[in-house]
Design a protein around this ligand. Structure first.
Ligand code: HEC
Length: 124
């Protein structure tokens, strides 16, 4: 059993980060950092616990649908439509946790729920 787990985790680590399966950190670096790195358009700044505190308290059920649908100066998916919903959700978790949150990696059930909320939301 232990050997099986060891093999599985090696296989997982060895998988290349293909499109649709990027980590939150990669998505942040490639897409979100442009604004969230230094607060362009007043985006909440990465790692700034003061700015992220309120957002972390709102929770992922608000933050992820907002990131998927867009919010004021923030375009849907941060302006990168190639990202999967899961990748966007991972990037939100990555940023929220850098801002003091303690959120777990999203599951596909979470992401389906957030997609429904995003579609129900109209971009203000
Ligand atoms: C073009 C600039 C830009 C990019 C790129 C961008 N954002 Fe944003 N983001 C913003 C701005 C501006 C706000 C603040 C929106 C407001 O409250 O008016 C924001 C707010 C947010 C929020 C808080 C939403 C809320 O409920 O208040 C989250 C979460 C977020 N962005 C996630 C992301 C993720 C994930 C990415 C990368 C996939 C990303 N952003 C890329 C500009 C950007």
């Amino acid at each position: 059993m232990r050997l099986l787990i060891a093999c599985l985790s090696t296989a997982l680590i060895a998988l290349p980060a293909s499109a649709g399966d990027r980590s939150g950190e990669e998505v942040f670096t490639n897409t979100c950092r442009e604004c969230h790195g230094d607060g362009k358009h007043n985006a909440p700044v990465f790692g700034n616990r003061q700015q992220w505190g309120k957002l972390v308290r709102e929770g992922l059920n608000d933050l992820v649908p907002a990131a998927l649908a867009g919010l004021r100066q923030m375009p849907p998916k941060g302006g990168n439509p190639e990202l999967s919903d899961m990748e966007v959700a991972r990037a939100v978790v990555y940023m929220a946790n850098a801002g003091g949150g303690r959120f777990a990696e999203p599951t596909s059930a979470d992401v389906q729920r957030w997609r429904k909320k995003a579609d129900a939301r109209r971009k203000p």
